[in-house]
Design a protein. Structure first.
Length: 214
């Protein structure tokens, strides 16, 4: 019985997160209340509070359930024993762009945090969530470029941190432009082409990649 109860609790939690994501997409974060999320999920408000203390925690969980796999991928790409960090970064981003194009829940979660949360005051939960994600991403990308530098795979005179910030700018710009105009900006084509250009610009030796989807 306990095992079944645990399974049901997890199913309820996922239903709440699905409902929250849908509500945030339709109405924005600020205009969505816990009552609306509960109604959309078909549960009581008490059920929502059993899993989450407040709406900020709901938003964090919506983002974390899709961002954590990406961060795990970044950890693999930046592992200290890796021998092809630039290629590993490219492979991760290629898969991520593909997933964003093919998985609506993944794309919706990104759109919620980027476009559906009103501009917050400095220091609030949304700012903290965005800043944490940005810093985690930057840290792991920097580690990958540092590994590339240690292996002699970067051009002379190029700082790993500068490489990391540049690639991070490219990724962030590609994602935001895609969210704003998905009919024009194709991540699997345009986003990956921009990543390839950034990586080739800093690599000591020519990098050959599979061409972006055309």
């Amino acid at each position: 019985m306990a095992r079944r109860t645990r399974k049901e609790a997890l199913e309820t939690r996922e239903a709440i997160l699905d409902a929250a994501e849908d509500c945030f997409m339709e109405h924005g974060f600020a205009r969505t209340g816990l009552e609306a999320i509960a109604a959309r999920a078909g549960v009581t408000r008490g059920a929502v509070y059993w899993h989450f203390a407040n709406k900020d925690e709901v938003l964090e969980a919506v983002i974390n359930r899709v961002s954590l796999p990406f961060f795990h991928g970044l950890e693999r790409a930046s592992r200290p024993e890796g021998t092809t960090p630039l290629r590993d970064l490219r492979a991760l981003l290629r898969q991520s762009f593909f997933d964003l194009s093919e998985q609506p829940r993944l794309r919706n979660a990104l759109e919620v945090i980027e476009l559906r949360c009103e501009v917050p005051a400095s220091g609030d939960a949304i700012s903290a969530l965005r800043q944490s994600g940005m810093r985690q991403t930057q840290s792991r990308i920097s580690a990958a470029f540092s590994r590339a530098a240690a292996l002699g795979q970067l051009r002379d005179g190029i700082s790993p941190d500068t490489c990391a910030r540049t690639l991070h700018f490219v990724i962030s710009g590609a994602l935001r432009m895609h969210l704003l105009d998905p009919a024009t900006i194709d991540l699997r084509r345009d986003g990956l082409a921009a990543v390839d250009l950034a990586l080739r610009a800093v690599a000591r030796k020519p990098l050959e990649f599979d061409p972006p989807a055309g």
